[in-house]
Design a protein around this ligand. Structure first.
Ligand SMILES: O=C1O[C@H]([C@@H](O)CO)C(O)=C1O
Length: 474
C-alpha cells in the first residue's frame, strides 16, 4: 500500500503517528492501491458462554482454502464476455492460508517478471503454512473455501478428521480422511494429534470434480518439538485423494451429514411452492452463458433493493415471469441442449413473505458432449434445509418420498453434482432481496443465479451509503 495522499495512515509509531495504546481504537482510512481483487478472510462467530458447544477441543485454528490465478479479474472477465468465448481455465495455484506454489513449466502464459518472483522457492511467499500441534491435544480446525472455481479435497496425512460443524450448524460427528469442500462452504473438524510425534506430516488441498493440472497446495502439520521446517519423511504427494471424477465419494460425504441430535431445526412439514431450476450452459446471441430455466442472469444498474423501495419501475424487468420449472418431460439432461438459445434477464423471483419454498437444483449436460459440472449453490440471507440429493433427473412424484425429514442439516451453500439434483427447503422469512447463485465466480458472472424478493414492505428505510449508482446517482 502506497498511502498516496494519506501518509498519516502508514502505521509506523514515531514516524507517522503516535502509538496505539492498549484499549485505544484507531481507524485507518486509505485507498487500497495494490489489490484489485479485494481482500478476503474469515469471520469467526462464537456462541455465547451460556450455549456450550456439544464437543470439546484444546485449540482453535483457521484454514482458509483458496485458488489463485495469475490473470487479473478484468482480463478473465473480458475473455468470458467475448466472442469467441475464452474460458478462464484452471487456477495456477491452490493455497492454504494464502500460501501456495505453482509449477513453472505449466505456466507459459505468466509474464516472465512474475515467474522470476514466484517460481523462486526461496521467496518467502512460497513458504508453506505450518500448523504446530502438541502431541495428544485436540484441535478444532475451521475450514472454509473461497475458491473462484475449484472444488477441493482437504486431508492431513495419517490423520482422521471428525466433522462436527457445517455452515455454522452442529452435525452428528462423522470421520473422514478426505474432506470435500466446495466454494463458499465452511466446516469445523476435530483433529487429534495422536500419531507418531517424532515427525511432521503433509497437509494438502487438491482439486476434485474437474480434470485439473493445478498442483495441490501443501502445508505442514508440525508435531512439537520437531523443527517446524523439518520436511515430512514421505513424498509431498503421498496423501491419497479420490479421482477427480469420483462423484460417488463426494455424494457419500454429502449424504453422511446429518443435523446433530439436540440441535435439529424442525423441518416445516410442507412447502407452499416448488421451484425446479435447470442448470445449463447456453448461448445468448453467440455469447457463452450459464442459465437457470433458460434465463441467464445479469445485474441491473440500479440495485433491486433500492428500486423496489423507491418504486423505480423501469430500473429492472418488473414484469418478468420467473420460470418455476423447465420442460422437464421433454428435456434430456444427458445431452447437450438441443436448443441452446437462452435469454438474459434481470427479473426476479418474488416470494410470499413467510412462505416455505422448495428448490430443486437440476444439473444437466453442458455445451460439451458427455460433460456436466459440479456447482456449489449459495443462498444469501437464509439457511436452507437440505432435503436430499439424487443422480439423474429429479422425479417429482417419487423422489420427495425419500427426502430426509428427520434430521436434515441446515446450510447456506450446497453442491449439485454432475448429472444430479439437490433439493432444498427454506422459509422466506427475511425481508429483503437475496441472491441465490453458483459460487463459482465465473459461472455467476456468466449468468448462473437468480434473485429472490420477499417482504420488501417490511424493510426499513435504506441508508444512503448504498446508493450512488444507476438511477440512485443523486
Ligand atoms: O463455464 C465453463 O466453460 C468451460 C467449458 O465448458 C467451455 O467449453 C468450463 O469448463 C466451464 O466451467
Amino acid at each position: 500500500m502506497f498511502q498516496i495522499g494519506t501518509p498519516w495512515f502508514d502505521g509506523v509509531e514515531g514516524v507517522t503517528q503516535c502509538p496505539i495504546l492498549p484499549g485505544e481504537v484507531f481507524i485507518y482510512q486509505f485507498v487500497v492501491d495494490r489489490r484489485e481483487s479485494g481482500l478476503i478472510g474469515m469471520i469467526q462467530v462464537s456462541p455465547p458462554a451460556t450455549e456450550p458447544e456439544p464437543f470439546t477441543y484444546d485449540y482453535d485454528r483457521n484454514f482458509l482454502l483458496t485458488d489463485w490465478y495469475h490473470k487479473s479479474m478484468s482480463e478473465k472477465a473480458t475473455g468470458l464476455a467475448s466472442i469467441p468465448f475464452k474460458w478462464v481455465g484452471e487456477p495456477q495455484s491452490l493455497m492454504i492460508q494464502g500460501r501456495g506454489r505453482f509449477n513453472c513449466s505449466n505456466n507459459l502464459t505468466t509474464p516472465p517478471s512474475l515467474v522470476s518472483g514466484v517460481c523462486n522457492v526461496s521467496n518467502a511467499d512460497c513458504s508453506r503454512f505450518i500448523l504446530t500441534v502438541i502431541p495428544g491435544k485436540t484441535y478444532r480446525l475451521r475450514i472454509g473455501s473461497l475458491t473462484a472455481l475449484s472444488a477441493l479435497s482437504f486431508q492431513i496425512e495419517g490423520h482422521n478428521l471428525t466433522v462436527v460443524e457445517a455452515d455454522g450448524h452442529y452435525v452428528e460427528p462423522f470421520t473422514v480422511k478426505n474432506l470435500f469442500v466446495y466454494s463458499g462452504e465452511t466446516y469445523s473438524v476435530l483433529l487429534k494429534a495422536d500419531q507418531n510425534p517424532r515427525r511432521n506430516y503433509w497437509i494438502t488441498s487438491s482439486i476434485v470434480s474437474r480434470p485439473a493440472t493445478t498442483p495441490p497446495a501443501t502445508a505442514v502439520l508440525n508435531y512439537y518439538p520437531n523443527h517446524p521446517r523439518r520436511r515430512p519423511p514421505t513424498s509431498e504427494s503421498s496423501n491419497i485423494v479420490p479421482e477427480w471424477n469420483d462423484t460417488r465419494s463426494r455424494l457419500a460425504q454429502s449424504l453422511a451429514i446429518k443435523a446433530r441430535r439436540g440441535f435439529i431445526h424442525a423441518l416445516p412439514e410442507n412447502s407452499d411452492k416448488v421451484i425446479v431450476l435447470l442448470n445449463t450452459q447456453n448461448e445468448v446471441n453467440g455469447y457463452r452463458r450459464w442459465s437457470v430455466n433458460n434465463v441467464s442472469y445479469h445485474h441491473p444498474k440500479t440495485p433491486y433493493l433500492i428500486a423496489l423501495k423507491q418504486n423505480l419501475t423501469n430500473a429492472f424487468d418488473w414484469r418478468f415471469t420467473a420460470p418455476e420449472n423447465y420442460d422437464s418431460r421433454n428435456y434430456d439432461i444427458f445431452a447437450k441442449p438441443l436448443n441452446a438459445n437462452a435469454t438474459t434477464s434481470d427479473g426476479i423471483y418474488r416470494l410470499r413473505f413467510n412462505s416455505t419454498v422448495d428448490v430443486i437444483l437440476q444439473n444437466a449436460n453442458t455445451m460439451n458432449a458427455n460433460n456436466s459440472e459440479t456447482h456449489p449453490w449459495h443462498l444469501h440471507g437464509h439457511d436452507f434445509w437440505v432435503l436430499g440429493y439424487g443422480e439423474g433427473k429429479f422425479n417429482e412424484s417419487e423422489d420427495p418420498k425419500r427426502y430426509n425429514r428427520v434430521d436434515p442439516i441446515k446450510k447456506n451453500t450446497v453442491a449439485v453434482q454432475p448429472f444430479g439434483w439437490t433439493a432444498l427447503r427454506f422459509r422466506a422469512d427475511n425481508p429483503g432481496v437475496w441472491s441465490f447463485h453458483c459460487h463459482i465466480e465465473s459461472h455467476f458472472f456468466m449468468g448462473m443465479g437468480i434473485v429472490f424478493e420477499s417482504g420488501i414492505d417490511k424493510v426499513s428505510s435504506l441508508p444512503s451509503s448504498i446508493m450512488g449508482c444507476g438511477q440512485t446517482k443523486r
